[in-house]
Design a protein around this ligand. Structure first.
Ligand SMILES: [Fe+2]
Ligand SMILES: [Fe+2]
Length: 409
């Protein structure tokens, strides 16, 4: 997994503990004198991170972060330098927003579109995220193109903005509408002015999960395969990235520790099925399950949100995983060719179908088991998280991705 400096307020990649320096907050929208009083400077400390894949419910590798609280606040804008106050912006979670809600909260920026013209001036849209989901924001500016472009320029992927607007619906999708004319606000925030834990989730039991995963590594019997697994999972650097990586960009495993959680689930499902199918090659199944998503360690970037790396988008975690695996295998003298082929096949086929992203479909029972375990964990996690996160007084919630109702009782 990678941390993109450009997406992390200019801080360096893989620097997990970062000091955030005091900066004055920029006011990006001019039409808000009352807002000037909330500007401030923050001093804090932060971070560690990672990310995970979509259909197999795993995406990229997570890191972990320490939020910054208790910061000094200094007002800027129209307020004098001695006027200092601490600002606390309430967090409204994306999955709790409803059509017609007023919004005054903060969100992480995942991407933005260019400025375009509309009937009353210039507008642009961008995508935001927090730990519960993603939502499109549309900014409707006036006829001062420069002003709108300056605001659009100031937004950066991984940056955090305060948004004042209103939730609306467009083509059956909720979105936040920010109207300059009606006092809407988009304002860049500095580290310390928001709680990172509201934007990204870090799983709590990472050390325990690591230990359980290493128990499976220690159970391998074939000596070359044992060496391969040790080279990866006993490697501190690799494990640091692996265990911080998310498994997907959204949903349950879109968390720091998500890849570790998902991989462990797949391994444990396989281990249980091996009790019913003792004729399968246990070493190959467990190693394949451990290795199936290692490509995600280079597929995600984590800032204040989880995103794909260019390599993750252009190459994909199956191909990246094969490359990592092949490199490690080639470094081990005399690694049996048949085991190498079987492991590579499991990585390549674990999505199960060509139209789900696998170049080949599972052609041996060990590969079929890893695919089915991967699929089961992803789907179960998805439905469980949908049930847990549903915000409704109804007994049912409609899920667009599954095209079905989910029963909430
Ligand atoms: Fe997976
Ligand atoms: Fe995968």
């Amino acid at each position: 997994m990678k941390v993109d400096p450009a997406q992390n307020n200019g801080l360096s990649l893989r620097v997990f503990k970062t000091v955030l320096y005091a900066q004055s907050r920029s006011h990006l929208v001019g039409d808000r004198k009352s807002e000037a009083s909330s500007g401030h400077v923050a001093v804090g400390k932060a971070i560690e991170h990672t990310a995970r894949c979509m259909r197999c419910s795993s995406t990229s590798a997570p890191l972990h972060m320490e939020e910054i609280y208790g910061l000094n606040a200094i007002k800027v804008g129209t307020m004098g330098p001695d006027e200092v106050r601490k600002m606390k912006i309430e967090k409204q979670l994306i999955n709790a927003l409803k059509n017609g809600d007023r919004v005054d909260s903060y969100f992480s920026v995942t991407y933005k579109k260019p400025v375009s013209e509309y009937k009353y001036g210039y507008m642009f849209e961008f995508r935001t995220a927090d730990r519960t989901g993603q939502m499109t924001v549309k900014y409707w500016g006036g006829d001062d193109r420069t002003r709108v472009e300056r605001l659009q320029d100031s937004l950066e992927r991984g940056g955090v903005v305060r948004i004042k607007g209103e939730v609306g619906e467009y083509r059956s999708q909720l979105e936040i509408s920010v109207s300059e004319k009606n006092g809407g606000v988009i304002e860049k925030l500095n580290p310390g002015e928001y709680e990172v834990s509201a934007l990204l989730t870090t799983l709590e039991d990472i050390p325990e999960m690591k230990e359980r995963l290493l128990q499976f590594v220690r159970e391998a019997e074939e000596p070359h395969l044992t060496r391969l697994l040790n080279d990866l999972f006993q490697d501190e650097g690799f494990m640091e990235v692996f265990s911080a990586c998310p498994a997907s960009i959204q949903l349950h495993s879109a968390a720091i520790g998500g890849l570790l959680h998902h991989t462990l689930n797949v391994v444990e499902i396989c281990a249980k099925m091996l009790q019913l199918q003792p004729g399968l090659d246990k070493d190959v199944v467990i190693a394949g399950a451990l290795l199936h998503d290692i490509g995600k360690t280079r597929s995600f970037t984590v800032t204040t949100n989880i995103n794909h790396t260019a390599e993750g988008n252009l190459i994909g975690h199956l191909v990246i995983g094969d490359e990592i695996l092949l490199d490690r295998i080639r470094s081990i003298d005399g690694f049996p060719e048949d085991i190498a082929l079987k492991l590579r096949h499991i990585v390549a086929s674990h999505h199960g179908r060509k139209d789900w992203g696998s170049p080949v479909e599972p052609m041996m029972p060990e590969a079929l088991l890893v695919h089915e375990a991967d699929d089961m964990d992803a789907k179960l996690n998805y439905m469980v998280s949908k049930r847990e996160e549903a915000v409704t007084e109804d007994d049912w919630t409609w899920d667009r991705r599954l095209s079905r109702l989910i029963y909430l009782k």
